[in-house]
Write a protein that binds this ligand. Structure first.
Ligand SMILES: O=C(CO)COP(=O)(O)O
Length: 253
């Protein structure tokens, strides 16, 4: 049985003060959430505050990106060692904004994924097609390329530790959510591919989250789908109230 993973990706929102306020409010709204895993990826500069205020809580704190080298002349990049110093639990890799705004390639993402696993982080690998790719009926081709490239160099034990987030680019920040059927088909395809690359044990264990305009209003219909093992939430994770509502829905499905 895969435990639901409810994660917030704050993107470039919530500085230190807003981070502290968010968690204070969240812990007032939800105290009992042992049935699900909760995770938040704040901006780098808010991570120490998030780790501090969550010290006695069961909330995973993550980074939104990471480089694959430990140190060197890589202006603007963040070393996995620096994240370890901050006690970061997980790292989001290959988010569509990294792929499409900052030009990250499948090859670069694969290197980061291997490094994240070597350093003991839980990686959340994001995959997903653009609207044009979906309209051109290339969704499965794109997902296969992204998955194959990322897992190319991973052992079965490493593969099991990866969390995949299916985030169709056309559903991110647009208010257009994939229907539960579209999400289920994509998750099923990804899990089938993992089974072909490894075996059914890895495929059954790996968690696949859905991301793209998840909100309290649609969370139930998505989270109750058997193939959907949680959510990676952007906009609706910025406010404690809406994130708490989604956690409560996750506890009930
Ligand atoms: O990109 C996302 C999470 O990583 C989804 O963002 P929204 O929930 O704002 O659509």
């Amino acid at each position: 049985m895969r435990k639901l993973f409810i994660a917030g990706n704050w993107k470039m929102h919530n500085g230190v003060k807003d981070t502290e306020d968010f968690f204070n409010e969240l812990f007032n709204l939800v105290s009992n959430y042992e049935k699900v895993d909760i995770a938040i990826a704040p901006p780098f500069t808010s991570i120490p505050k998030a780790v501090e205020v969550c010290r006695t809580k069961r909330v995973l704190i993550g980074a939104q990106n990471m480089y694959f080298e430990d140190k060197g002349a890589f202006t603007g990049e963040i070393s996995p060692q620096f994240l370890k110093e901050l006690n970061v639990d997980f790292v989001i890799l290959g988010h569509s904004e990294r792929r499409h705004i900052f030009g990250e390639t499948n090859d670069l993402i694969a290197k980061k994924l291997k490094k994240a696993l070597n350093e003991g982080f839980i990686p959340i690998l994001c995959v997903g097609e653009t609207l044009k790719e979906r309209e051109d009926e290339k969704t499965e081709t794109v997902l296969k390329e992204q998955v194959d490239s990322a897992f190319n160099n991973l052992t079965p034990d490493e593969a099991k530790r990866v969390i995949i987030a299916y985030e169709p680019v056309w559903a991110i920040g647009t208010g257009k959510t994939a229907t539960p059927e579209i999400a289920r088909d994509a998750h099923f395809f990804i899990r089938k591919r993992i089974k072909e690359l490894y075996n059914s044990i890895v495929a059954d264990e790996i968690r696949i989250l859905y991301g793209g305009s998840v909100k309290p209003e649609n969370a139930k219909s998505l989270l109750q789908v058997d193939q959907i093992d949680g959510a990676l939430i952007g906009g609706a994770s910025l406010k404690a109230q809406s994130f708490a509502e989604i956690i409560k829905i996750g506890m009930e499905v």
